[in-house]
Design a protein around this ligand. Structure first.
Ligand code: NA7
Length: 498
């Protein structure tokens, strides 16, 4: 922006995952150097550091799942494996000299707004006072443990997929897995190839589209590194296909939905021959209502001799294993919980208080909402990255973070130039924005009769119901009228930047 800068901000970024790294890079490019990054763990990577289960991979093509400014011609596969993605983020952080700037093993515990500043207390009891806080804590970050009676009484080994226990060798063991979401499908595809005896406890069948993986040969990688335009073209092609198929299919476009539905149904028909198994694997809701599963291996895995599909509901868990409502105990040595995450927890349990000591729980008592997913009225100069109604789904979350990061930088620029005394969306703007979102929800597939992690407590999808293009367009220029303009009493008068 061309505005003269009269203030220079200090910024704390919470989390050194994909978004935190990106935000730090962009802030520095904008000439902001007073940046503190707090990371609760011992290394960067966020979700890719935490999810190390067998078969972990990104179901968005790797060349799209990269920062736009840091292409990677070296991806081994179309769908990159988790450890390779983790390596990519570590490398970017190293290249950018960020690793030295990140305060590892230091979580943010308290974050209070008073006297026009954010006052932070970390797990190491350190105190920080900053102008801006960016919460880059990720969406799928808090494991959801199932509320099944007797879970703690299980006598074997048990863990959530996001806390994989690598000390236990599954071979020769009776293994049970609860869940059939994207994570479970990857785990099942991988561990079914070992000699464990695997029982899959499915509560709801899933639609699966098969997109084959592909290994890039050394020659292809060399061609891609020598010719950046080839790499850029590959990225654009994937982005085009995803936007015009999966993304449109879920937000109400008929033709893309027909196409994706056809792909999912054909995959099931063609690849599961046994009619009884096929019936059990057939969902009773429209394709895309739950997050679509991308896998060319899942159905094959489900037909292996050592894999059993159990669709009778679970009654409880006993010391021996899983007890279904028909009274049968499925005896197990290992129980894996592929039961997903709590997507509405965001930065919690951090003690976050905005203006007048209002806690985030109070602000979100009725509903988890934000203005443009990012700004929460009453929480000035606080940005929630990938907040409620970000366009998550079958598209690259990195692309989303890049759009949101640019938008946040524009807001910070308005503060630097003095056009905004603080960056705080008005309550009215938040309500109008959420009414606009709600108006679009009716035509999306997420409200067509299924339960999923997309839905909040009121059954409203916390998703973006319009097109990707519209979302990008709406983040290009901040609407000044949507922000508080009267400097609150506690904000210091403007002073020139040092
Ligand atoms: P998901 O997609 O939330 O899947 C969780 C799975 O666990 C799903 O099949 C659930 O069945 C099942 N589940 C959860 N609780 C229970 C209980 N109590 N009993 C039986 N089954 C249960 O999580 P994932 O980790 O697979 O994927 C999350 C996202 O990560 C994914 O969408 C990608 O964006 C990456 P349900 O369908 O609710 O009946």
């Amino acid at each position: 922006m061309a505005n003269a800068q009269i203030r220079s901000p200090s910024v704390a970024i919470i989390g050194a995952g994909m978004t935190g790294i990106l935000m730090a890079i962009r802030l520095r490019e904008a000439g902001i150097s007073d940046i503190t990054i707090l990371e609760k763990a011992e290394k960067v990577g966020g979700t890719w550091r935490e999810n190390t289960y067998p078969g972990v991979a990104c179901d968005v093509p790797a060349h799209m799942y990269t920062y736009s400014f840091r292409a990677n011609p070296q991806w081994s596969n179309r769908f990159a494996h988790g450890d390779e993605i983790q390596g990519y983020f570590e490398q970017v952080a190293r290249e950018q000299g960020l690793s030295e700037q990140i305060r590892f093993n230091e979580a943010l515990e308290q974050c209070h707004y008073r006297d026009g500043k954010w006052h932070l207390t970390t797990s190491k009891d350190a105190q920080l006072v900053v102008d801006f806080v960016v919460s880059a804590t990720g969406i799928l970050h808090h494991p959801a443990y199932p509320d099944i009676p007797g879970l703690e009484s299980f006598g074997g080994d048990s863990w959530h997929t996001a806390r994989w226990n690598h000390d236990v060798d599954l071979s020769g063991k009776r293994v049970g897995i609860i869940g059939t979401g994207s994570t479970a499908c990857q785990v099942i595809s991988e561990i079914s190839e070992t000699d464990c005896d695997l029982t899959v406890f499915q509560r709801t069948a899933q639609w699966v589209v098969s997109v084959p993986d592909k290994e890039y040969s050394e020659a292809e990688k060399t061609r891609l590194s020598r010719d950046p335009s080839r790499l850029a073209l590959l990225r654009r092609r994937y982005a085009f296909v995803l936007r015009n198929t999966f993304s449109k299919a879920v937000t109400g476009s008929k033709l893309p939905h027909l196409l994706v539905s056809w792909l999912a149904k054909r995959n099931l028909r063609k690849n599961v021959r046994d009619p009884e198994l096929r019936a059990k694997l057939t969902p009773d809701y429209p394709v895309g209502c739950k997050r679509l599963i991308i896998s060319s291996r899942f159905y094959e895995a489900m037909q292996r001799d050592n894999v059993h599909l159990e669709t009778t509901a679970i009654n409880n868990i006993s010391e021996q294993g899983v007890v279904t409502v028909d009274g049968i105990t499925h005896e197990l040595d290992v129980l894996i919980l592929a039961t997903g995450f709590k997507p509405f927890d965001f930065m919690r349990p951090m003690d976050l208080r905005g203006r007048d000591g209002v806690t985030i729980d109070e602000a979100w008592e009725k509903k988890v909402q934000a203005y443009r997913s990012i700004c929460i009225p009453g929480f000035p100069n606080f940005f929630l990255m990938l907040g409620p109604n970000s366009p998550i789904g079958n598209y690259s979350v990195i692309a989303m973070s890049e759009v949101q990061t640019d938008y946040v930088l524009k807001l910070i620029d308005l503060w630097r130039s003095g056009e905004l005394p603080t960056v705080e969306a008005t309550e009215d703007a938040k309500q109008r924005y959420n009414a606009y979102l709600k108006a679009g929800m009716g035509k999306t597939v997420w409200v067509r009769g299924c339960q999923s992690w997309y839905l909040d407590a009121d059954g409203d999808p916390a998703m973006w119901p319009y097109s990707w293009e519209q979302w990008v367009h709406e983040h290009e220029v901040p609407v000044l009228d949507d922000f508080v303009h009267q400097p609150p009493a506690e904000v210091e008068p403007l002073r020139p930047a040092a």
